[in-house]
Design a protein. Sequence first.
Lengths: 145, 164
Amino acid sequence: MSLFSALSISASGMAAQRTRAELITENLANAETTRTPDGGPYRRKDVVFRSESAASPFASAMSSAMDGGTGGVSVSEILVDQRDPEQRYLPGHPDAGTNGYVAYPRINPAEEMVDLMSASNGYLANVASMSALKEMIQRSIDLLR
Amino acid sequence: MFSGITKVFLGLTTVDKATKPRRRRNFAVPYRPFPVIFRAFFMDYPVQYCRHMLNGLSGSLESYLDLLSVRQKLIASNIANVDTPGYKTRDVDFQTEFQSLMDGGQSHATEVTGLKTNNDGNNVSLDREARLLSENGVRFSAVSQLLRGQIRLMKSAIDEGKNG
């Protein structure tokens, strides 16, 4: 079942990159958001990836005993940006403070776009790996024809 | 088992090793310790291959496909971890691992050296993984064709050559 478990490795990579791309899209969409349920401006979010050996503890121990623990990737946590928000002088804005400054999210669109490209490339690489695997599995099945 | 150029294609040896002339034994009489029939049964098919269904060749083809799938799994894992901080590229050493699989051992993945490490401690090179991915695919398809030929041969023998 080695080839089938490799399929789930590729799938975990795709899921992780998709989560990352979703967060980047959220950051871009909220680049100018000054009101959030928690109060204050929107804060930038980013993912932290962690390599993972297998789905269950037993499977993890088994696979590390068999081949040194090859595994997929998972999102271990979502980091929220703790930097101070950017202050813009807009006295007419409803969210302006007493000194006339409005707190805006600290989001750099160029940085987000570069991250988005990286996530998209990572996703495509996983798709390529998965289709190569599919081909190999198909070839194994064809052995019996 | 495999001849020189096939071995190079399958990654079991390097070109310089395959083309190196073999040392010949210098016997006064032709070297033939056993009668030919005896050799065919006992010398060419050592005990560890006899657990395989068809013959020695299909057994080694099977081990080879096993090793390719192990490697494919490692490549998939490397690609999935392309953005994981601190992840190190893992791979198998094809030549030694194939030999250990043939001897009934397990394959062991090792960390690859000589790759450029990024600022976050990750050293996965997507170009390297893409090359290995396509290389693996081509080898898998070539070896599965060979194995298919073996199975077809056996089927033909079972059908007494009627449908072959």
